[in-house]
Design a protein. Structure first.
Length: 603
């Protein structure tokens, strides 16, 4: 985290945090004016809606309210859940909050599919503005967008560290170009400046009735990526993000006003941003188009990295199955690569590009996930402020939540026009979360664990009578009051006893970061407990932690569950367990020391 909130911190924030919201002007106004005629009154009304959406849903909801809530500087849906749960007295409400957190996580992953598809495709469509390329077929544009997506996802395993240094300066250049092009256009039609007055937003909604309400479903596109301010707070620090947002906000507003001014002068425009730039200067159009493609790649990269982080949080808080994780940076522990997630995202992104073909049609699927996430964030924040007796913030948060839900309801219009994809993607993720967590709970109930007192009685008897193997053996156990069946199987059925036996327990703490470990005194002769308390976002090197504490194991035993079931839900759970790497693979322990002990269970 940056302690000196200098220019470098602000520039880096632009590269990591603001790619998604920063590339929204490429398509937002173009899509909105497919729904409504570009008269001067409607253009000013829509611009006013955009400006006040950015103020209320990004500046107030995320930059002020959400970013005032954090744990050790971390933000995100899971952090809100961790803050709120201890404040609740009712177990039922806590369960509801957990479900809301699952839904929010599912929507964010849904965003991770649609963002690269719409961003890259909308930028590539700018090729048609180049003289001589006006008649480029949509199939060619789809092919180019698909190749860019394949290249982007193929580079993920190399890590973004080597090119990340360029993200900030490129995005700074992008926002500078956005602001300057906007100012140049406003100069010719300054009447758009009155859109700053919220009166015109309200008047547009009142004049257009139900049609105006559904226009909100496209207006929200201007705020997509706003949630990144809070979610990425732990990566960059609160102050650099807030200072960068001030600059980004004014660049976005100036550009939207400039596009609106251009549209008033050219009501027949079909690709507003690119046509505005091309009209201002033919010479700068191709460099601007290249810059826009680079900006959309950076936006996509930020979203992909964000999905990796969300999945990692899910794994460490045990709401998602363990997946193979590679660490792509020797310097930044937060830079990770999850192969299974990467290729599933690529397949999904390509499916979106091929299914919708055009960015304007993709926009019909975009918005549900964003407004769903914002509504859940608003509800959880309101509850936190209420329980903390921060009355003013609770009232403002409730008002913002009402606006979030209004936007969410307006997006229901999109469901039959492709919006169902957001629901399908989120529903698949949500179903897997529920099946996995329910299956793990059921599995734990079925385990014939042995109480620690009974275990020690048996252990002492066999330790005193049986021949012991020299060296140290490690056993993994989550709950040290109940000993897993596989440990009893190894020691009491197979009579495998080492001179030194250590139970390793890894406990996830409520804080995002921090690692504490302690080797307790012997429970009894030859048996010790090694406890590791780990922040739920912490990426640990378990083998190194063991070495640092002077533990040099000869063998590592761990349990393998063999599930037998005829229930369709548990069959899905069984498949998830089989395709997921085991606990020890997740922590990258030396394979030559590992011994898996299978326990068959009927569910």
């Amino acid at each position: 985290m940056y302690k000196n909130y200098n220019f470098k911190g602000i520039i880096n924030s632009m590269g990591l945090v603001f790619g998604d919201i920063g590339t929204s002007p490429i398509y937002t106004l173009t899509v909105i004016f497919l729904l409504t005629k570009p008269t001067e009154a409607s253009v000013v009304g829509v611009l006013s809606l955009i400006i006040w959406t950015l103020i209320l849903l990004v500046t107030v909801e995320y930059a002020w309210l959400a970013m005032s809530l954090g744990k050790r500087g971390e933000g995100g849906t899971i952090v809100l859940k961790e803050i709120l749960t201890p404040l609740l007295k009712s177990g039922r409400i806590a369960s509801l909050i957990t479900i809301l957190a699952y839904i929010g996580t599912s929507f964010l992953i849904g965003d991770g599919v649609i963002t690269p598809a719409i961003s890259i495709l909308s930028a590539v469509e700018g090729i048609r503005i180049i003289s001589g390329f006006e008649n480029t077929g949509q199939g060619i544009l789809v092919l180019i967008a698909s190749i860019i997506a394949i290249c982007l996802f193929s580079l993920q395993e190399k890590g973004s560290e080597k090119i990340a240094w360029a993200f900030g300066p490129i995005m700074f250049l992008w926002f500078a170009a956005m602001a300057s092009s906007g100012i140049a256009s406003i100069f010719y039609t300054p009447t758009v400046l009155k859109a700053v007055n919220p009166y015109y937003a309200v008047r547009f909604l009142l004049d257009n009735g139900i049609a105006g309400f559904f226009v909100l479903s496209e207006v929200i596109l201007c705020a997509t990526g706003g949630e990144a301010l809070y979610a990425d707070m732990g990566h960059m620090g609160r102050e650099p993000i807030l200072k960068a947002w001030r600059l980004v906000f004014f660049a976005l507003v100036l550009n939207y006003l400039g596009q609106g001014a251009f549209l008033i002068r050219n009501p027949g425009s079909k690709n507003i941003l690119f046509e505005m730039i091309n009209q201002q200067s033919h010479l700068i159009f191709i460099p601007f188009l290249i810059l826009s493609i680079m900006a959309t790649i950076i936006a996509s990269q930020a979203m992909i990295s964000g999905v990796f982080s969300i999945v990692y949080q899910g794994i460490t808080t045990r709401i998602m199955p363990m997946l193979k994780i590679d660490y792509t940076s020797g310097e930044f522990k937060s830079q990770i690569y999850i192969s299974a997630v990467n290729w599933m995202l690529l397949i999904s992104v390509l499916l979106m590009i091929l299914e919708f073909q055009e960015s304007s049609k993709l926009a019909a699927a975009y918005g549900l996930a964003v407004t769903g996430t914002m509504s859940i964030t608003g509800m959880m924040m309101t509850s936190i402020f209420y329980h903390k007796k921060q009355v003013l913030k609770a009232i403002i948060s409730l008002f913002i939540t009402f606006i979030d839900i209004t936007f969410l309801l307006s997006n229901t219009y999109k469901i039959p026009h492709g919006g169902y994809w957001s629901i399908v993607i989120a529903a698949v993720v949500f179903s897997l979360l529920v099946i996995y967590t329910s299956g793990q709970k059921r599995l734990y109930e079925l385990m014939e664990s042995m109480k620690i007192d009974n275990f020690l009685e048996k252990y002492n008897r066999i330790y005193a009578t049986e021949n012991k193997i020299s060296g140290t053996a490690l056993f993994f156990s989550r709950d040290l009051d109940k000993i897993p069946k596989y440990i009893s199987h190894v020691m009491f059925k197979n009579n495998i006893i080492y001179e030194n036996n250590i139970f390793v327990s890894i406990v996830k703490s409520e804080s995002p970061f921090g690692v504490e470990s302690s080797l307790t005194k012997e429970l009894t002769r030859g048996l010790s407990i090694f406890e590791i308390n780990v922040g739920y976002m912490e990426i640990i090197d378990l083998a190194q932690i063991l070495k640092d504490k002077g533990i040099y194991e000869k063998t590592i035993f761990y349990g393998i569950d063999d599930i037998f079931t005829s229930n369709i839900v548990w069959k899905v759970f069984s498949v998830i367990k089989k395709v997921s790497p085991s606990f020890v693979q997740f922590y990258k322990l030396p394979p030559e020391e590992l011994h898996g002990v299978m326990t068959r269970l009927e569910m």
